[in-house]
Design a protein around this ligand. Structure first.
Ligand code: 8YV
Length: 317
């Protein structure tokens, strides 16, 4: 008998086709939003779960799924999965590193450039019909070339962003728990967060979310940033204190922010929505077809390896 698998979100058909020979599938074909109770009810009795970052796999859920053996998340981040609790129960967890690195790094630059040069703010103004003359000082933005970029978290995605910074002739600072192996190749200098915040023209967050990184950027850290600086969050909601950021932006204490992730997504703090100096995107940093298909296929490869008794390609350590 094939093991049973719940796929919580609509996924590319070729991914379901790859899984079908190995699993009894229950898939969310129409991408309905399952309330938590429904998710728990559907998960109970399953051997395997294919989830995404918005599905919390916590102790409460694990208590209701005694047969569960594997959780494959279609994301590189796995802060939504209680890995320690899974391990205690002998449940394997896999994620999707590498396949999204370059697309996500590209998007980091899209968000940074849009924020620096006020792309969405000026487009909104144009669409509102407000453009009636050219003016010398219209929508003056920040120079990207030659500026100082501060990358908080120099992992795979941070390094890919840093490589691209060289083309802009930027000075590169970073923070990381340990020195990056490619530090000299990147021309990057490791500094303390306080120093990075005080010097960077662009502060770019790409560190994983955990209890330790919760509100890495709050009121005090925002106050250390230059009044002309921009903050970009590509990582996870919760790394930034959204309410403190909204207050800082509204008061003009930093120039602007670009956010792809939020504390309570898909809800966005209304105070942020009210700020004109913030570029807001709906958690799309990895959203190119090749990257998202690569992520979904890698999650499926992990599930198939499990079903066929092979080592998983990308288990969470
Ligand atoms: C995912 C992400 O698209 O991989 C991650 O950690 O944040 C995104 O690339 C999203 O989390 C869906 O699971």
């Amino acid at each position: 008998m094939k093991p049973s698998l719940l796929v919580t979100r609509r996924v590319f058909p070729e991914v379901l086709q790859a899984l079908a020979p190995h699993y009894e599938l229950e898939a969310n074909q129409d991408d309905a939003i399952w309330p938590r109770a429904e998710f728990v009810a559907r998960a109970s009795g399953k051997d395997a779960l294919f989830v995404v970052a918005s599905d919390a796999i916590d102790r409460d859920l694990l208590a209701t799924v005694p047969k569960l053996r594997i959780v494959a998340t279609g994301s590189v981040g796995y802060n939504h999965v209680d890995v320690a609790a899974c391990r205690e129960r002998g449940i394997i967890v896999s994620n999707t590193p590498d396949v999204l690195t370059e697309a996500t790094a590209d998007f980091g630059w899209a968000l940074l450039m849009a924020t620096a040069r006020r792309v969405t703010e000026s487009e909104r103004w144009l669409r509102e019909g407000q453009w009636n003359r050219w003016a010398w000082d219209q929508f003056l933005g920040a120079d990207v070339h030659g500026a100082t970029l501060g990358i908080v978290g120099m992992g795979r995605i941070g390094s890919a962003i840093a490589r691209r910074a060289r083309g802009f002739g930027m000075r590169l600072l970073y923070t990381n728990r340990s020195p990056a192996a490619n530090e000299s190749e990147l021309g990057a200098t490791r500094v303390a967060l306080e120093e990075l915040l005080g010097q960077a023209d662009f502060v770019l967050l790409v560190l994983p979310y955990s209890k330790q990184t919760h509100h890495t950027i709050g009121e005090a850290e925002l106050a250390r940033m230059k009044p002309t600086a921009c903050l970009i969050n590509l990582a996870r909601g919760g790394i930034v204190d959204d309410a403190a950021l909204a207050r800082t932006l509204a008061a003009g204490r930093i120039a602007a922010a670009g956010l792809d992730v939020y504390e309570n997504e898909p809800k966005v703090d209304p105070a942020l929505l009210a700020c004109s100096n913030v570029v807001l995107t709906p958690h799309i940093a990895s959203a190119t077809r090749s990257s998202r298909l690569g992520m979904a296929m890698l999650a499926a490869d992990n599930l198939i390896a499990f079903a066929t008794g092979r080592p998983l390609p990308t288990p969470v350590a």
